[in-house]
Write a protein that binds this ligand. Structure first.
Ligand code: FNS
Length: 495
């Protein structure tokens, strides 16, 4: 027998801290008992008590969150949405300004490189979304170092090589790809685009690019897998849950659905302190994780804190054999930052590592992935281990020359994060596709100019990386400087 629909008037009666219902996707939920447990604080839920919270809920939570985690007796059933009073949200002047910038934004064809997308996104994205995507830890030194490190590497191109035919296809974890980059895992895709990560999925499918599915996606895992086409390669990025039974379930499900790699994130026992995000979110009740004066300010920040309290800071090398017992997927450690740990990863039988500092969002003053690569490969070669493990790099990759430098120094491929988020946020799927195509065009041209016909012909003799380890001031990257958004500056008294 179908449940009688509730009316908006009935739901609106439950609007206090000790009797709190919300509506999400046309269904009412009693979240009274959950209020004190909500990692994002109770204030944001109470703001929508007795009302429709769908719009606020969607960017931060996979759609199946309530079905999965709220006890069934709290599910109050369907609501006749025609009876729900929609409060007219006044459009703030800042939002009117943003709408105007969207109308005047550059045409997609006017974006000639990945940093152009960053410049447009900075102008058209909601402040909180821009804050979350662009932010990095503390003073964002590592964020900037990730890009400048590439500028300390110079090419030693070969000439008079017949480069009429250039082929930059390769394999990653045994699967063939058209180009050696993948879309790395970045959380909360719906902050930037109403459809979220499935936009990246569709664009990756059209360009035969691997997508790494984030644990903290806005879309559910199955939505992202369902949006892929049959031949598409997808990997799972895993934040390990303190409750290993939940982790086991996620890993087994991913393998069953056809994921081709398990990337365990190892550089985030606690999410970094991203002050730009904290400041921007601080004005938004949603992230009311920073308590009032005096109390310990939470070390992470708004949105991510709200969805990451499950991450296990106790994860350690002893856990790796358990993962190998739980899945047949190749295991890659994402966030390795020193050669000693690469050697340990070989010892425990990992298929790969990603040399990464999480896009500068974790430990500030961590070295760039490309610098750790230059430290790692000579040691692996000396020990005859370079074929034992696939080494990836991410962080600061904005040009095909960055990809080529990484491959010359021995990487199997590179991960790219923010550029695809910005392209998606500003221009949707066609923005991501243009970004991928621009990289492919740059790749073809630069392979010709360096004198390499295939990925196999790229080697360390084609670069001069002697300056990489000296952190002297490199050339100024004016384009990056222009789009870089410094910390939002000291707090101003809220009006
Ligand atoms: C930009 C960004 C990166 C995130 C990311 C979210 C954003 C918005 N998130 S985070 O919320 O926890 O920090 C993840 C994540 O879910 N899991 C993860 O392994 N890496 C996460 N990363 C790091 C990402 O996988 C790459 O290491 C990083 O983005 C590479 O640097 P670029 O952005 O410069 O390409």
């Amino acid at each position: 027998m179908t449940k009688v629909e509730l009316t908006g008037v009935e739901v609106a009666k439950h609007k206090s801290a000790d009797d709190c219902w919300v509506i999400v996707h046309g269904r009412a939920y009693d979240v009274t008992d959950f209020l004190p447990e909500h990692p994002g604080g109770s204030k944001i839920i109470l703001k929508y008590a007795g009302k429709d919270a769908t719009e606020e809920f969607d960017p931060i939570h996979p759609p199946d969150t309530l079905e999965k985690y709220l006890p069934k007796d709290k599910h109050k059933g369907p609501v006749d949405m025609s009876t729900v009073v929609v409060e007219k949200q006044e459009v703030l002047p800042e939002e009117q300004e943003r709408m105007k910038r969207i109308e005047e934004m550059p045409l997609l064809e006017q974006c000639y490189n990945l940093l152009d997308f960053e410049g447009v996104a900075k102008r058209v994205m909601k402040k909180t979304a821009w804050g979350y995507y662009s932010s990095a830890a503390d003073d964002e030194i590592t964020l900037r170092e990730n890009q400048t490190a590439f500028q300390r590497i110079w090419f030693r191109p070969k000439i008079l090589v017949n480069v009429e035919k250039v082929d930059f296809s390769t394999t990653m974890l045994g699967t063939k790809v058209d180009i050696p980059f993948y879309v790395t895992a970045t959380a909360l895709g719906k902050l930037g685009h109403v459809e979220g990560e499935v936009v990246l999925t569709r664009a990756s499918a059209r360009h035969n690019v691997v997508q790494m599915i984030p644990t903290l996606a806005s879309c559910s895992f199955d939505e992202i897998m369902d949006a892929a086409d049959a031949s598409q390669v997808q990997w799972l990025q895993l934040y390990v849950n303190k409750d290993r039974a939940i982790t086991k379930r996620i890993v087994e499900h991913a393998e069953k659905r056809g994921c081709k790699g398990l990337f365990i994130t190892v550089d985030a026992p606690q999410l970094g302190r991203r002050e730009k995000d904290m400041r921007l979110k601080f004005t938004d009740e949603g992230s009311n994780v920073q308590k009032g004066s005096g109390e310990k300010t939470d070390n992470s920040q708004g949105a991510a804190r709200a969805i990451s309290s499950f991450i296990d800071p106790g994860l350690c090398w002893d856990d790796i054999p358990w993962f190998r017992s739980v899945t047949k997927m190749p295991i890659v450690l994402k966030g390795v930052q020193r050669v000693e740990d690469v050697l340990r990863a070989v010892e425990v039988g990992c298929a790969g590592v990603v040399l990464s500092n999480h896009g500068g969002r974790q430990l500030d003053f961590a070295r760039s992935g490309i610098e750790v690569l230059a430290e790692t490969m000579p040691v692996l070669k000396k020990m005859g281990l370079e074929k034992k493990i696939e080494v990836y790099v991410d962080g600061g990759v904005r040009r095909a020359t960055d990809i080529i430098k990484a491959l010359c120094l021995g990487a199997k491929g590179v991960g790219i994060g923010r550029p695809f988020l910005y392209a998606m946020s500003a221009y949707g799927q066609e923005g991501v596709e243009r970004a991928m195509q621009l990289l492919k065009d740059e790749m073809e041209m630069n392979m010709r100019l360096i004198g390499a016909r295939t990925i196999e012909e790229l080697n360390e003799g084609m670069v001069d990386a002697r300056g990489l380890f000296s952190h002297g001031v490199g050339p100024v990257n004016f384009l990056a400087e222009r789009v870089y958004d410094p910390l939002v500056g000291p707090p101003q008294r809220e009006r």
